[in-house]
Ligand binder design. Sequence first.
Ligand code: ATP
Ligand SMILES: O=P(O)(O)O[C@@H]1O[C@H]([C@H](O)CO)[C@@H](O)[C@H](O)[C@@H]1O
Length: 156
Amino acid sequence: MKIVSREQLIDIVTKLKAAGKTVVFTNGCFDVLHVGHVRYLAAARALGDCLIVGLNSDDSVRGLKGPTRPVNAECDRAEVLAALAAVDYVVIFPERTAESLVATLRPDIYVKGGDYRVEDLPEAKVAAAYGGKTVLIPEVPGRSSTKIIEKIKNNR
Ligand SMILES: Nc1ncnc2c1ncn2[C@@H]1O[C@H](COP(=O)(O)OP(=O)(O)OP(=O)(O)O)[C@@H](O)[C@H]1O
Ligand SMILES: O=P(O)(O)O[C@@H]1O[C@H]([C@H](O)CO)[C@@H](O)[C@H](O)[C@@H]1O
């Protein structure tokens, strides 16, 4: 099963690190999945041996993106991500940022998309403090969940 609790992940990551594996971590809302997400996750997985995705809970997505989001509930979003070959584990987190997950799991590599700047990522600061590296994956232009939702709303 790829969808795991924070406690299960601590155990999994401890074993991976003991075996000398490179652990990669990213986080996000992943509301309406698109090709930008798929390429991004494949590129993140290629940086190491195991890709963990921290998935924002429904309440935390509402707090970040507004009351009409998410379109897809957290259990559905988690199952869709877990169906991707690039994704090894999914953990749902309730906080506004993934700082505590990064601090707990201490992944070797922290990843976000090119729509972010490293200096704006609080999670990157947490990673840097224990020697973790942050990598930004170039953005696939013109693809976003919001754009898909707008297209459906406007019936085009
Ligand atoms: N087009 C894209 N190309 C590459 N990476 C992306 C792209 N869109 C999102 N990402 C990355 O995927 C992760 C999840 O992003 P998110 O779910 O917010 O995507 P989004 O499509 O921009 O959503 P929204 O439109 O709701 O803001 C983030 O780390 C983000 O950097
Ligand atoms: O899907 P998003 O909006 O890219 O995900 C958010 O990313 C934030 C980012 O890491 C900068 O802090 C994160 O803090 C937030 O919890 C969402 O995962």
